[in-house]
Design a protein around this ligand. Sequence first.
Ligand code: ADP
Length: 422
Amino acid sequence: MKSSTIRFIVVLATISILGISITQIYWVKRAFGLKEAEFDRQVNTALFNVASQIFSLNNTPSPANNPVKQISTNYYVVMVNSDIDANLLEFLLRSEFEKRNIQADFEYGIYDCTHEKMVYGNYVKLSDKVSKREHNPNLPKWVNAGYYFGVQFPNREAQILNQMGIWSFSSAVLLIVIVFFGYTLFVILKQKRLSEIQKDFINNMTHEFKTPISTIAVSTEVLKDTNITQQPERLLQYATIIENENKRLKQHVERVLQMAKLDKEDVGLKKETVNLHEIIHEVVQSIDLALREKQGSIHLRLNASSANLQADRHHLTNVIFNLLDNAIKYCTNQPSITIQTELNGSNISLTVQDNGIGISDENKRRIFQKFYRVPTGNVHDVKGFGLGLHYVKQIVEAHRGRITVASDSGKGCAFTILLPIA
Ligand code: ADP
């Protein structure tokens, strides 16, 4: 899929999700407002009924104005103009609230005119049929100094939210949709990155194979010339070119095969006793041609007194080859490479130090990732697949070793491998 199409889909989907979320929030808020109004209405009616019953029980006339006043969102006061019996009040409140399906716990207090304070109160849990005196509520005093009682609903919001079952359900569903959408987006972008990496890899590979193939084709054309048998030096020169290009092709194939092998779960090490110094000498010899092409030099400081370890000869050879190959490749002037070994407790360390372009701190963490190549702004004068160091790390770790890199951008770098001897 084209990048622009993916971007378009992502933007469109994000706008839709945002639109749905905003609509949902709007409707939830509205539904909450309606439920609040309904709750207030029910409480007002219930308290009005309680007040009427108290008036008729005390034989006092009902006032002309509504005796119920809402002081704040969850606090109501009711004027009664006479003494109130606390138990009677609690009984009336309970039965009126139950009748109107008000299930929120409440606290009430009775105001005493003579002492000018709340004298009696209780916290009532509607789930408890029998009232328990849990604490004496400290309800706010009201400016009006007549007889009154106050009722407060500390969990009013929770109670209203409780009654919004369908809205809670649809909000939860929406949340799941958003999480799922986020995850899908993440997968799409990851797949996109993978497909870009794959495209880069195929491009790189085609380039890498094309050059030696065309060089071999040109050389064989020259060799087909009948006069060439009279010029043995030219014959040898072109035969050498073909040999070298063939070696290059073999290396490329080997590298892709290394990776294909690693993709299978088990690296399948064939461990035997190998001598690290011997392997280093072999690799240095095999890389000699590439080194001479750039007029470079290798300095050996093989200080480890014993270099025998249990390892897979083939893979270990590839590891050292990859490090040396990189040290030569990523050097813009004459490569000067130092290979050093040391015994380090129960480990042997191998350091390949070069004087190349170095690696920035930001890239140091990523160079071991599969297919990762340090971006050079589309000018890849140094060819590669971004597989070498990933392979090196996998193999070193399969040997229960570690690899680290130290580098200052522009001042070369040093790769150190630590391998257990036993
Ligand atoms: P490749 O060399 O095929 O691109 P590697 O996995 O071997 O892949 O290396 C990954 C990247 O790390 C390279 O593209 C290069 O940018 C950087 N790199 C590796 N070795 C060196 C080095 N010795 N000096 C500078 N950069 C290096």
